[in-house]
Ligand binder design. Structure first.
Ligand code: SAM
Length: 219
């Protein structure tokens, strides 16, 4: 009989899902299943592994962060993915959010401004067997016109305005989730394109690192 290697963080991952995510109202079973599947501890720096399942964001280098698990879950559920979608992420960072999306959609495209994070995140995703994710280095506030349109777009850095190219690259019925507002405090918005109209919903307060780029902050 082959001996199965037990994931030493499985208990902590299950606790994170129950106590931080499900307890706060995230109830989509596919979303909860994705959080169980993705080993969050693989996406944080080795020295912080034991904190990977804690209820806060963690540094990932270059002054950037992997978001708090609940915020990742809230944004993911808001995208309402059913499995056949093409999704765009702005801000690959560690690659964790992209891995979650890859469990829930057909194809994921992710843009990361900082080359070293893009390189490391992409390497990690390949190592873990996530092959339906394409990564590129660049300014995500411009979107990825060659791959558009997208059924869902998630911006994981704080923007001062909704970048117009992202709205243009959204399908009819598509959902854009984005932290919007000044540096230091934003509101998470879901914008749905319905018959050419933009329907906006406020999902609550949040704090993200800034989106830097043409339709983001300048530095
Ligand atoms: N989604 C990430 C994860 O799962 O680890 C967390 C992202 S972190 C909060 C924000 C990321 O956005 C940083 O990696 C930062 O370099 C990136 N970023 C900032 N401005 C950007 C832009 N214009 N285009 C693409 N990425 C950008």
């Amino acid at each position: 009989m082959t001996e199965q290697k037990q994931d030493p963080y499985l208990d902590e991952r299950e606790k994170m899902i129950q106590q931080q995510i499900a307890a706060r109202g995230i109830n989509n079973p596919r979303v909860l299943e994705a959080f169980l599947r993705v080993p969050r501890h693989e996406f944080v720096p080795a020295a912080l592994r034991d904190e990977a399942y804690a209820d806060y964001p963690l540094p990932i280098g270059e002054g950037q962060t992997i978001s708090q698990p609940f915020i990742v879950a809230l944004m993911t559920q808001a995208l309402a993915l059913e499995g056949e979608e093409k999704v765009l992420e702005i801000g690959l960072g560690s690659g964790y959010q992209a891995a979650i999306l890859a469990c829930l959609a057909k194809e994921v495209f992710s843009i990361e401004l900082r080359p070293s994070l893009a390189r490391e995140g992409e390497k990690k995703l390949k190592e873990l067997g996530f092959f339906n994710i394409q990564v590129k280095v660049g300014d995500g506030s411009l979107g990825w016109p060659e791959k558009a349109p997208f059924h869902a777009i998630i911006v994981t850095a704080a923007a001062p305005q909704v970048p117009p190219p992202l709205l243009e690259q959204l399908t009819e019925g598509g959902r854009l989730v984005i932290p919007l507002g000044p540096r230091g405090r934003q509101n998470l918005l879901r914008i749905t394109k319905r018959k050419g109209e933009l329907v906006k919903e406020d999902l609550g307060a949040c704090v993200f690192v800034p989106l830097i780029g043409e339709y983001g902050w300048k530095d």
